[in-house]
Design a protein around this ligand. Sequence first.
Ligand code: XIL
Length: 390
Amino acid sequence: MTNNRVIKGRRAFLLGLGTLAGIGSVTIAGRLRNSNYLTQALDDEHRDFSITGNATLSQRAAAKGLIYGGCAGYRVLSSDSEYANLFAKECAILVPEVEFKWRNLHPKPNVFDFEKSDWLAEFAQSHGMLLRGTALVWHNALPKWFTREVNKQNAEQILIDHITKVAGRYAGRIHSWDVINEVIHLPHKRSDGLRKSPWLNLLGPDYIDIAFHAAAKADPQALLVHNENRLEDVPNVEKRRTAVLKLLERMKSKGTPIHALGLQGHLFRLGTETNFEPKKLQAFIRNVASLGLKILITEMDVTDETLPTDITVRDRVVAKAYEDYLSVVLNEPATICVITWGLSDRYTWLSKNRPRKDGTPVRPLPLDTNLRPKLAWNAVARAFDKTYKR
Ligand code: XIL
């Protein structure tokens, strides 16, 4: 009650400021960024997050011809059986959090280690879940030997060998592969927007086409994905979207076997700034779909790094971000899949990556640390319930 009264007071204060100076003005937004005032202006204590029925998220998604799932790691699924059981119920697709990355699979130049990735593939299969792989090419998570061993002469062969071995091993068992991950990086100031990653430096932009062709050859059944970050709520998002579209168009025109775009969906600002522009997001994914590509939301979570300590307010703002974002992307018929980067706040990369200054645990995912559904769970459920059947 006390909290609600405080919030109302603060909202009134901010709305007053908004009327005086224009709520979207750079000065006001700049000055108040990361403060509680703006957050609380976004908070709507009357917003309805109610749900009907007892169906799980995977069942609600499946009822609409969609797939819902999460990422999880070997350590978690093999040691926390309560979590593993719930994960298998809520999720229809599993994404190994790190186990399919270069550093984990390819510890030495000619040595592959499939122990944990095989365990996870078996976990998915034995629980009737789909399996998704990330990533065949990424500038991060490269093994230590990479810079020492790889040069312009051998890079293409090493890339093709890795993809052939890894995608080949799981051929027929993978729903989709992130063939390339996070390849757009505008600060590198190339006209095509490509990141100056080790792969680009070694092979030029063709590394992308080489990777897709190798993946298609090794696993002709998997959906081949360009997975990309920061396509949601960053300030220069339209420029990033244009660069992605150009790359996708280039690949399509060259006959590169790409089937889908993955939007990571790590929402860093949606809960804390008023810059979400649904119409522009919708137009972007429409443009992607018009190239004949599917759309996957591959790593969704909503950071609560700068939100107030009050859990009621925090959970409401996070839930709002989930539902607002998913309502837009699920309105596009080409969207086939929603994956959250984890399922419960018990295990989330944001604990380390975006810890809160007040020291309280982060709450970016659908379930709390006790595996109880939060409003974010309801928000995801509502987005599935509201969308049409594919
Ligand atoms: C993250 C994992 O969650 C962490 O455990 C790991 O330490 C680093 O990678 N974008 C991606 C994911 O494409 O692979 C990243 O996963 C999160 C950001």
